[in-house]
Design a protein around this ligand. Structure first.
Ligand SMILES: NC(=O)c1ccc[n+]([C@@H]2O[C@H](COP(=O)([O-])OP(=O)(O)OC[C@H]3O[C@@H](n4cnc5c(N)ncnc54)[C@H](O)[C@@H]3O)[C@@H](O)[C@H]2O)c1
Length: 430
C-alpha cells in the first residue's frame, strides 16, 4: 500500500483552504497534521474540519517551524513576501515544500531557495497550477507530437476581469507592488511560466509596456464618494460598485448564494449582513477611484527566445470574464485554446483539425480549471514514492525562469519599454 503523506500548513487562508480540500476526497493519501495561522477563526475552523490536535495548531508558521519536523511536506500559503523565509526554515527542518507563487518578489530570494533545496536535497514545488490542467496539458501534448511543426510564435492573453481587478488589484491584497509584488509577477507569473514551458526554449530578451491608467482619483466621476455605500451618486451605473460586486451580482454577490471567492476574501463567513458590515468600514467598500493602489491595469510583454521565435502576452483588467486565451503558431499548424469555453482546437494546415472539449476530460474544473487539485495530486504522488522524486513538473528549478521574465518585464515597463537581455539582467541584479 502507498503511504499516506503528512502535511504541515504555513497559513490557512484562501489558498491553504483550497489545497486542504484534497484530503476530503483522499483521506488515505493526504493527512494534515499541523496548522499555523494568526487568524484565530481560520485556525480553529481548520483544526475542526481536519481533526488536527490542539497541540499542533500554531499562531504562526515561525512558531510551528521551531518544533521538530511534524510532517513530510510543508505547504507555504502565506503572503508573497513571507514564502521564502518560511520555506527555507522548513527545508532546514527536513520538510519537502509546496509553496505558493510568486516564489518571492526578489530575485536573490528565488535563487536562495533553489540553492537551499539543492543543498538539502529537498523537493520544492511551486504552485504554478495552470501547468497541471487538462487544458494546458493537451496543448503541450499536441506541440510535443509535432503535429504543428516547429513553434515560431505564441500569443496569449490573460483577461483579468473587471471585478477581479477591482477586488484584488485595486481594493485588495495585491494593489500595491511595494507591499506584495508587481502585477506582472503576482498575476502573470503563471502566464510567463506557461509560455516558456510550451515554447521549451530559453527566453533571451523581453520588452514591456503598461500603466495604471484608470483606477485613480482623477478619473472619479462627479458625485463619486470615497466609499460606495456613502450615498455615491453614480453607484447605479458603476460596474465597480462594491455593493454590486459583493452583494447583488449574480456571479460574485453573496445575495445570490455565492458565498465563495471573492466574498470569502472580504469576511470569514460571508452573509448579506457580514458583507454589508465589511463594506461600510473595510478596504473592499472603497471607491475604485479613491484607493491607495499603484499596480497596473494593463500590460503587454513581448519576448524573444533563443532561436528567434517570439511570444506576446497581454494582461488586461478591462474584460468581462477572467479566463485565458492562447494561440500557438507552428510551421505546420496552429493550436487555439480558450479557457472560457474550455476548448482546445488543434489545427494542422491542410488537414482536418480536432476540437477538444476539456470539460469532458476533467472531472472538476473548479479552482483554476481544475489545476489546484491536480497540483496537490501530483505533489502527493511525488512523495508517495521516493522513485518519483525528480518527476516534478513545477519544481523550483523549472519555475525560476518565469520569475526572471517577470522581473525583467517590470524593469522594462518602468524604463520606457527598453529591451532587457535576461542573462545580463540576472548578472546585474545578483
Ligand atoms: N497559485 C495561484 O494561482 C494563486 C492564486 C491566488 C493567490 N496565490 C498566492 O497565494 C498566497 C496566499 O494567498 P491567499 O489568497 O490565500 O491569501 P490569504 O491572505 O487569504 O492567506 C494568507 C494566510 O496567511 C496567514 N498568515 C499571515 N502571517 C502568517 C504567519 N506568520 N504564519 C502563518 N500564517 C500566516 C494569514 O492570516 C492568512 O490566513 C499569496 O502569495 C498569493 O499570491 C496563488
Amino acid at each position: 500500500m502507498k503511504k499516506c503523506v503528512t502535511v504541515a500548513m504555513a497559513g490557512f487562508g484562501l489558498r491553504g483552504r483550497d489545497y486542504a480540500k484534497y484530503q476530503k476526497n483522499n483521506p488515505d493519501i493526504m493527512k494534515i497534521v499541523a496548522i499555523s495561522d494568526p487568524n484565530e477563526n481560520r485556525l480553529n475552523d481548520a483544526a475542526k474540519e481536519y481533526n488536527v490536535s490542539k497541540e499542533h495548531c500554531y499562531k504562526t508558521a515561525e512558531e510551528m517551524l521551531e518544533q521538530p519536523r511534524l510532517a513530510d511536506i510543508l505547504f507555504v500559503t502565506t503572503q508573497d513576501k513571507q514564502h521564502v523565509k518560511q520555506a527555507i526554515a522548513g527545508i532546514e527542518k527536513g520538510y519537502h515544500i509546496m509553496m505558493e507563487k510568486p516564489i518571492s518578489p526578489y530575485l536573490d530570494e528565488c535563487i536562495a531557495i533553489m540553492e537551499k533545496a539543492h543543498e538539502y536535497n529537498r523537493n520544492v514545488t511551486v504552485c504554478h497550477v495552470m501547468r497541471y490542467t487538462y487544458f494546458y496539458q493537451e496543448i503541450k501534448k499536441a506541440i510535443e507530437s509535432g503535429i504543428i511543426g516547429d513553434v515560431k510564435s505564441i500569443q496569449a492573453i490573460e483577461n483579468v476581469g473587471y471585478f477581479h481587478q477591482a477586488h484584488s488589484f485595486v481594493r485588495g491584497n495585491w494593489r500595491r507592488s511595494d507591499e506584495t509584488s508587481p502585477m506582472i509577477l503576482a498575476k502573470s507569473c503563471h502566464d510567463l511560466d506557461l509560455i516558456a514551458w510550451l515554447m521549451n526554449k530559453k527566453c533571451k530578451r523581453v520588452s514591456s509596456f503598461g500603466d495604471l491608467s484608470y483606477f485613480k482619483k482623477e478619473n472619479a466621476p462627479e458625485g463619486a464618494t470615497k466609499r460606495c455605500l456613502d450615498g455615491c451618486k453614480v453607484q447605479k451605473d458603476c460596474p465597480y460598485d462594491a455593493e454590486k460586486i459583493y452583494v447583488t451580482d449574480s456571479i460574485t454577490g453573496v445575495k445570490n448564494g455565492i458565498w465563495k471567492w471573492p466574498c470569502s476574501a472580504v469576511v470569514h463567513e460571508p452573509t448579506v449582513e457580514t458583507i454589508y458590515e465589511a463594506l461600510k468600514t473595510g478596504p473592499y467598500g472603497r471607491c475604485v477611484y479613491h484607493c491607495d493602489n499603484n499596480v497596473v491595469d494593463h500590460q503587454v510583454v513581448i519576448m524573444e527566445f533563443e532561436d528567434k521565435s517570439t511570444a506576446d502576452f497581454t494582461m488586461c483588467a478591462f474584460t468581462t470574464s477572467d479566463g485565458r486565451q492562447i494561440k500557438v503558431m507552428g510551421t505546420l499548424g496552429n493550436i487555439v485554446g480558450n479557457i472560457d469555453t474550455h476548448t482546445v482546437e488543434i489545427l494542422p494546415f491542410g488537414k482536418e483539425g480536432k476540437k477538444i472539449d476539456i470539460s469532458k476530460l476533467a472531472g472538476d474544473l473548479d479552482g483554476h480549471e481544475g489545476g489546484d487539485m491536480l497540483l496537490v495530486e501530483s505533489v502527493m504522488e511525488l512523495h508517495q514514492s521516493e522513485d518519483n522524486i525528480k518527476n516534478n513538473l513545477t519544481s523550483i528549478d523549472a519555475s525560476i525562469q518565469s520569475h526572471v521574465m517577470a522581473f525583467a518585464a517590470e524593469y522594462s515597463r518602468l524604463n520606457e519599454g527598453v529591451s532587457v537581455d535576461l542573462d545580463k539582467f540576472v548578472n546585474e541584479q545578483l
